[in-house]
Design a protein around this ligand. Structure first.
Ligand SMILES: [Ca+2]
Length: 111
C-alpha cells in the first residue's frame, strides 16, 4: 500500500517538474515582451514573459510601444485569447506599435 502511494506521489512530482521545465524553457527562449502605454517607450511599462498571455489584464488596449527581448519573435493580437488581428514583432526590436494596433493589443505570445 505504501508503495502505491509513493508511486502516485512520484507521478505527480514528475508532472510538476515537466510543467516547470516547459514554463522555464518558454520563458528563457521566448525572452520577454515589454509594452509601454505611450509612444517612444514613455508612460507605464509592463513586461510579459509567460509563454501564453491570454489577456494583458489592466494593460489591455493601452500599449503604444513595444520592445522584444531575447531571440524569439512575438505575436500580439487585438483580441484576448489570441483572437482578432495578429502582428509579428521581431526579436530584439523596439518601436511604436503601428496605428492599427495602437491601444488595441489584448493578448501576446512568443512565436
Ligand atoms: Ca497608449
Amino acid at each position: 500500500m505504501s508503495n502505491i502511494n509513493n508511486q502516485t506521489q512520484d507521478l505527480y512530482s514528475i508532472e510538476l517538474v515537466q510543467d516547470l521545465d516547459q514554463e522555464t524553457a518558454a520563458t528563457v527562449s521566448g525572452g520577454a515582451l515589454v509594452l509601454s502605454s505611450d509612444a517612444g517607450g514613455e508612460g507605464t511599462r509592463r513586461t510579459f514573459s509567460a509563454a501564453r498571455n491570454r489577456s494583458l489584464g489592466s494593460f489591455n488596449n493601452i500599449a503604444s510601444w513595444y520592445e522584444v527581448t531575447g531571440n524569439r519573435d512575438w505575436f500580439v493580437y487585438t483580441g484576448q485569447n489570441f483572437s482578432g488581428r495578429r502582428r509579428r514583432l521581431g526579436a530584439g526590436k523596439s518601436n511604436n506599435l503601428p496605428a492599427s494596433f495602437n491601444d488595441d493589443v489584448e493578448s501576446a505570445r512568443p512565436v
